[in-house]
Design a protein around this ligand. Structure first.
Ligand code: OGA
Ligand code: MN
Length: 295
């Protein structure tokens, strides 16, 4: 296949050469993409034409186990008919652009907080794969932060202090900071999860800070100390030089490693312009090359 990758940022993110991912079924080709993920943490593929089913099939082939217990699935069934297909659009079940007061809108709006997908679950999210189906005529970008460089640039003594710390992640916590409330029933389905503050990619040994706006406290520290530390780390990790901003084109398909990056949606006139995006996220279980299903 001879896929090549062109860097889009000094420390992470690459654009792949032209390929139709629906045709990538060979183990060696899939492994080449996984290796590129280990290296760049984010890959941009242009001109993809996935149907919902094809997107699910590719995600399963690429990384095995799909994340279905999504935050939005507790609010309403997926418009795409499978909870593994997360609707990140500003469009309601009736196909219309969401109004300013729509509950689904305020839920999706919280994607503007820096986060990683499914950190509030155990197992947590590994790769997210977002397909841009309809892109508005105005900029409606997504920013990504490089959490490996964020780790690498901390002073050594600071890194040692963070070793062994555990963080509780809760989507109810991050949503609540924007005034979004889950009902008691919804909350019962979203209890949150605890993960290490430092993650290591077992395939290449690279460390990253594992942060998100879902991070509600450091289990091993008094609440205020933990929250202040999380704030400081968040500020460090999202310095402009660690951030790549993606301007979407229709047909873009971006894969990111949730263990090694954070992301956030950028503001645009979302009650005016239609933006349709469909995401599949896999779970961080096993080694990708072994858990993935044969084509
Ligand atoms: C996501 C997400 C941001 C965006 O799909 O997980 O956070 O810009 N998207 O839509
Ligand atoms: Mn997200």
């Amino acid at each position: 296949m001879g896929l090549t990758f062109r860097k889009l940022h000094p420390s992470f993110v690459a654009e792949a050469s032209r390929v139709d991912l629906r045709d990538v079924q060979d183990d060696a080709e899939l492994e080449a993409i996984r290796q590129a993920m280990d290296r760049y943490a984010i890959l941009v593929f242009r001109g993809q034409q996935f149907s919902s089913d094809e997107q699910l099939t590719f995600a399963t082939r690429f990384d095995g186990t799909l994340h279905r217990n999504t935050g939005i699935s507790v609010l309403q069934p997926s418009r795409f008919g499978d909870e593994a297909l997360t609707d990140v659009s500003n469009v309601g079940a009736d196909g219309e652009v969401l109004g300013v007061d729509a509950r689904q809108r305020s839920y999706v709006l919280a994607n503007r907080l820096w986060h990683t997908d499914a950190s509030f679950q155990d197992p947590r999210g590994r790769y997210s794969m977002l397909a841009a189906l309809v892109v508005p005529p105005v900029a409606a970008d997504t920013e990504f932060a490089d959490m490996r460089t964020a780790y690498d640039t901390l002073p050594e003594t600071r890194r040692a202090d963070l070793e062994g710390l555990r963080v509780h992640h809760s989507i109810a916590y991050s949503r609540q900071t924007l005034g979004f409330e889950f009902s008691a029933e919804e909350g019962d389905r979203l209890k949150g999860a605890t993960h290490p503050l430092l993650l290591v990619n077992p395939r290449n040994g690279r460390h990253s800070l594992y942060l998100a706006s879902h991070a509600s406290r450091i289990v091993d520290r008094p609440v205020a100390d933990g929250r202040l530390l999380l704030r400081d780390l968040m500020e460090h990790a999202t310095r402009p030089e660690f951030v790549y901003r993606h301007s979407w084109r229709e047909g873009d398909f971006v894969i990111w490693d949730n263990r090694a990056t954070m992301h956030r949606a950028c503001p645009f006139e979302d009650t005016v312009h239609r933006r349709e995006m469909r995401r599949v996220t896999t779970l961080d279980v096993g080694d990708p090359s072994r858990v993935a299903q044969p084509a």
